[in-house]
Design a protein around this ligand. Sequence first.
Ligand SMILES: [Zn+2]
Length: 253
Amino acid sequence: MSMEFPHLGIVIDGDGLNNVDQRLYEFKLSNILLLLSTFAVPRAIFRKIIAHGGVEIVPWNTQDAKQFGACNATGNQPGEDWPEMRAGFFTLPGRATVHYSPDTWMTGSCASGPGSKPDEILLHELVHSARFTGRDFNQKPLTGPMSGYGDEEEYFAVLVTNIYTSEAGGTNLRADHAGFSNLSATLSKPEDFLRMPENYRLVKKFCSQHPNIAPMIATANAAFNPVKTFYEWKSRNFEPDPVQWVIDQALTR
Ligand SMILES: [Zn+2]
């Protein structure tokens, strides 16, 4: 069996689990999807997924754990040949599979640090999926002060999830993709975050790649919303000066 959420572009499939576990998996996941669907940031991501096709969510299994570790999930696996596809449930070709189990992130050693709540991890993977289905997905490496993110895809997933965390009332934002540590206080105000040249470049890139959903994310009522700040600056033709940023850094040392 599987559960279909056509209005979100999502299919949950707990196949491979025993009967009771499969029902529990699908029940827990449908609750997390319901929670996400009440916020502007995830709604924008669902909108993009629907625009390109759909995403199937399946359990994080022992094979996944062997390959990527116990505390993990993935969102950029190519879509498999789902029964729902064969039945014409999703008619567009863009699809991805998320490997994720809410239980991984509910208790125990994986469940600590900013951005590690079950809803935050799922949204992180759905950002990967949304960009994968839309063929924007490109793991361009990030270096220097941005090396903690690993690559641009992780940057975008962490950025969008941080805006969601803030929209949901959270204040513990994730620093990067190297673990689950706190974003430094000096970067936690959206204006300060966006003044950093690499952040400005990447937020600008995200907004130009996603002219439909970036403005939706900008509407999120969140204290930390660099996408919103980007559009505010753009409306008054303001661009931060990268040289000034370097000077400011030297002065605050
Ligand atoms: Zn990721």
